[in-house]
Design a protein around this ligand. Sequence first.
Ligand SMILES: [Zn+2]
Length: 50
Amino acid sequence: MRLRTRKAANRWHAAALNKCGQCGSAVVSHRACPSCGYYKGRQVLTIGAA
Ligand SMILES: [Zn+2]
């Protein structure tokens, strides 16, 4: 049963933290910034406009 061990190796690992290019706060990589809503140079979340 080698398949089982291979599955375990491919498990989700801790998300790397990036620095937001817009506001400079810590942001999980491949996620929009929770404080300013920017991701890859453009705003993808609307913050505070609920
Ligand atoms: Zn930000």
